[in-house]
Design a protein around this ligand. Structure first.
Ligand SMILES: NC(=O)c1ccc[n+]([C@@H]2O[C@H](COP(=O)([O-])OP(=O)(O)OC[C@H]3O[C@@H](n4cnc5c(N)ncnc54)[C@H](O)[C@@H]3O)[C@@H](O)[C@H]2O)c1
Length: 262
């Protein structure tokens, strides 16, 4: 579906966006962006307090919003959540697959359970959400899937303190899955793309920031002179979630202030 009205390219009025990992960090930021762009927003996360806070914030701004405690590693929980969202807000047209976790593991230290759990939350969750929204996307001839990968799909840490082999692997696998889904669903007017953030100060990176000098050291080596600030992912989020990207398929956008250029 083409939209010749350029000023409306990023307008999400009437759309329903599902955000996983919406209780904090980049997911909560994306939910704010979707609401500002006019979409109704469904917040999914395991963190109920965080969900309540983001829901209250968006409701106070007049947004149409629902929050559902959902473990995205569970297919049945995602299935039920998608059904509840559709009931409450209407047909879903955007999914922002943001929920993510890491474990400190390596070939020498990993445990099966932990490795599988990281992959279930970071990667398999994308299959879960896609499975339950795709029929509606096909029927409507338009839909947007945006997957949150990481610069760690390409760049890893040699420092033992930061080793996260399941995280690096799952984030790289997200890019493969993004391409596979994009190729399969393009003919239905559905786009599937990914975002690879660099360092942002959020729940997942909070431990790193507790180390004295961590944020300052990163800022010094980053060409932009800082780590990512709240909201700085949202231009890319809205681009890949709107008519602005209707002919963009299976791509990733690195949002890291230029660190990966060095
Ligand atoms: N912050 C960064 O520097 C950075 C960099 C690259 C990629 N990312 C990615 O961005 C995404 C968002 O992370 P963030 O930085 O906002 O951190 P965050 O920890 O603030 O947010 C992650 C959210 O995912 C939720 N979550 C965890 N397990 C879940 C599950 N099983 N089901 C549902 N929700 C679950 C958490 O409760 C949390 O609200 C993650 O995929 C992360 O890998 C973050």
């Amino acid at each position: 579906m083409t939209n010749p009205n350029h000023s409306a390219l990023f307008d999400l009025t009437g759309e329903v966006a599902v955000v996983t990992g919406a209780a904090s960090g980049l997911g909560a930021d994306a939910a704010r962006a979707y609401a500002d762009a006019g979409a109704a927003v469904a917040l999914l996360d395991v963190n109920e307090d965080g969900l309540d806070a983001v829901r209250a914030e968006l409701e106070a701004k007049g947004a149409s919003v629902t929050a559902i405690r959902t473990d995205v590693s569970s297919e049945s929980e995602v299935r039920d959540a998608i059904a509840a969202v559709t009931n409450k807000l209407g047909e879903i047209s955007i999914v922002f697959n943001d929920a993510g976790i890491f474990a400190r593991d390596s070939a020498e230290t990993f445990s099966d359970d932990e490795w599988d759990h990281v992959f279930a939350v970071n990667l398999k969750s994308i299959l879960h959400t896609t499975k339950y929204v795709i029929d509606g996307f096909k029927r409507r001839g338009w839909g947007k899937i945006v997957n949150v990968s990481s610069v760690n799909a390409f760049y890893v840490d040699s420092d033992e303190r930061y080793v996260r082999d399941s995280y690096y692997s799952s984030k790289a696998a997200i890019l493969g899955l993004t391409r596979a889904l994009a190729a399969r669903y393009a003919k239905y007017g559905v786009t599937v793309n990914a975002i690879c953030p660099g360092l942002f100060k959020t729940g997942i990176t909070a431990n790193n920031f507790e180390e004295p000098g961590f944020g300052e050291t990163y800022a010094k080596i980053n060409p932009s002179g800082r780590y990512g600030q709240p909201g700085e992912l949202n231009g890319t989020v809205l681009y890949l979630s709107s008519h602005a990207s209707d002919y963009v398929q299976g791509q990733y956008v690195i949002v890291d202030g230029g660190l990966s250029l060095l």
